[in-house]
Design a protein around this ligand. Structure first.
Ligand SMILES: Cc1cc2nc3c(=O)[nH]c(=O)nc-3n(C[C@H](O)[C@H](O)[C@H](O)COP(=O)(O)OP(=O)(O)OC[C@H]3O[C@@H](n4cnc5c(N)ncnc54)[C@H](O)[C@@H]3O)c2cc1C
Length: 473
């Protein structure tokens, strides 16, 4: 396995080879826009798409410190998921009707995004073949949990998430570790960097000005606001902040979320071996550990797998070496594949990389307007941003345009409800919990008990969310 951090993600490399796109030079002057978007990930890109569709004459500028897709959006697992597995938590957080309404919006976003890509010539390997949550060991529950399946059924969506026997999971992908699971019909996988770069191309065609390699140093809260960069500024009536994990380094968001780090590794092309294990569709798989593994095939016959362990970042240092160069965490991901599919022993890994995740205590994003009322933030997509940013783009576009509609009325459209602990306490606290979760998973894999300390510490983040949910009920 190559060292992580030596290159960009497999996805971004592949996408840039496929279509490098026209250059978007850095900002080197003072310019004027109606709306300035900070951050060229999915949250910013979808917001720009919706704004342009709803008000075609709007002058939109998008400022990105790296290149579009250089952040989490070009480095993730590519699971474009409906969230039926999380329905109990969503209904707990937002109430039954509102939780279901958000889950439906996320589910609808999958098919809608696929149609959007087809209509606009974005070839991003979009496959709506479903996702399988597996119990890769009798101790696991994870995304195939019974409470989610039962709640889907009770609310009239029993066809979206169905229980699978051990044999049925192994029919879809033959791992000797699978003892059961669930199939989520309306989930997809994509090549995420092709999607980000495809949206970039579309926005340029539609007249959006994109400035790459331009870091925003701050936003003056004047009317109009001034978005300051090293060699120029954008004076804009409205500003949208979608700068992901990096926002944790800004005072306004210092306690909005923790930044954790996931690593992904990709195998060499192994189409024959995929065939041998019977994994012949483009279905994604996730297991039921505390630090779950998620894996999916690629269009060129590889497997990409991430998870199994996480790194933790101090404050908002989302570009630091902990995010890009942690070989230990990347190796945990690689080992996860061979544990799940021992038949793949001897397979080479050709790519490894890490990316930051803006993990809120409630595990859902937040939307907040800053003084003087013209600066809107959409952040905290908590490792599940593909469908959530699609919906987030609609929420942010309506907010910017001052429209009250079915998007702004979604219950998720609200500021943070629980704050993350401040630094310097946060980093050690999250680190201890992350280690306990990982250690507990490793012990259970080895047929041992999780251990009381691991169990108690591991309850930390989930316990916090559940206590919050219980308080609301
Ligand atoms: C390894 C990994 C695996 C994941 N797997 C999945 C998955 O399978 N499915 C899923 O739904 N989600 C997944 N996620 C999460 C998903 O990638 C994110 O939720 C989503 O991409 C968030 O989009 P965003 O636009 O908010 O952030 P980003 O894509 O990070 O975009 C923010 C952008 O802002 C830019 N920026 C930051 N600061 C500044 C500044 N000061 N000036 C200018 N620009 C700035 C950054 O460079 C970045 O490009 C994963 C994440 C990681 C890291």
């Amino acid at each position: 396995m190559p060292d992580p951090g030596a290159a960009r993600s497999f996805w971004l490399e592949e996408a840039l080879r496929h279509d490098p796109g026209e250059p978007c030079p850095p900002l080197d002057a003072n310019v004027v826009a109606d709306v300035c978007i900070v951050g060229g990930g999915f949250a910013g890109l979808w917001t720009a798409v919706r704004l342009g569709e709803r008000e075609p004459g709007l002058r939109i500028a998008l400022v990105e410190q790296d290149i579009v897709g250089g952040g989490a959006s070009g480095r993730n697992g590519g699971f474009f998921s409906s969230s039926w597995w999380d329905l109990p938590a969503l209904t707990g957080l937002f109430g039954e009707w509102e939780g279901l309404r958000y889950a439906l919006a996320l589910a609808d976003s999958v098919a809608e995004a696929r149609a959007f890509c087809a209509t606009n010539g974005i070839d991003c390997w979009f496959h709506l073949d479903g996702a399988m949550g597996v119990r890769a060991g009798p101790w696991q529950e994870g995304i195939s949990r019974r409470s989610a399946i039962d709640l889907c059924a009770r609310l009239g969506y029993g066809d979206r998430m169905i229980a699978l026997s051990a044999a049925e999971t192994r029919d879809r992908a033959d791992s000797p570790t699978f003892v059961g699971g669930a199939f989520i019909r309306d989930a997809a996988v994509v090549q995420p960097a092709r999607l980000a770069r495809g949206l970039r191309r579309l926005l340029l065609e539609r007249g959006v000005r994109i400035y790459e390699r331009t870091r925003v140093a701050g936003v003056d809260r004047s009317r109009p606001a001034v978005v300051r960069t090293d060699h120029g500024a954008v004076r804009a009536d409205r500003v949208v902040l979608t700068h992901g994990s990096w926002a944790a380094g800004w005072r306004d968001f210092a306690r909005s979320f923790s930044v954790i780090v996931d690593y992904i590794v990709v195998t060499e092309p192994i189409p024959d071996r995929l065939e041998e294990i019977g994994w012949t569709s483009q279905m994604g798989i996730a297991d039921g550990r505390e630090w779950l593994y998620y894996l999916r095939p690629t269009d060129d016959g590889r497997i990409a797998i991430g998870g199994g362990a996480d790194g933790v970042v101090f404050g908002g240092r989302a570009s630091g070496r902990a995010v890009t160069h942690d070989r230990r965490v990347a190796e945990v991901a690689a080992r996860g594949l061979l544990r799940m599919f021992p038949q793949l022993e001897g397979t080479r890994f050709t790519h490894a990389w890490g990316g930051p995740i803006d993990q809120t205590p409630a595990f859902v994003p937040f939307y907040r307007t800053l003084e003087p009322g013209t600066i809107h933030a959409g952040l905290g997509y908590s490792g599940h941003g593909l469908s959530q940013t699609y919906v987030g783009g609609k929420i942010l576009a309506s907010t910017v345009l001052g429209v009250d509609d079915q998007w702004t009325s979604l219950a998720v459209n609200r500021p943070e409800t629980v704050k993350a602990p401040p630094e310097p306490l946060r980093w050690p606290a999250v680190k201890v919990i992350a280690s306990a979760l990982e250690r507990g998973d490793a012990r259970e894999d080895a047929g041992k008990r999780r251990g009381v300390v691991n169990e108690l510490l591991g309850l930390g983040p989930i316990g916090l969310r559940e206590r919050y949910v219980a308080r609301r009920q």
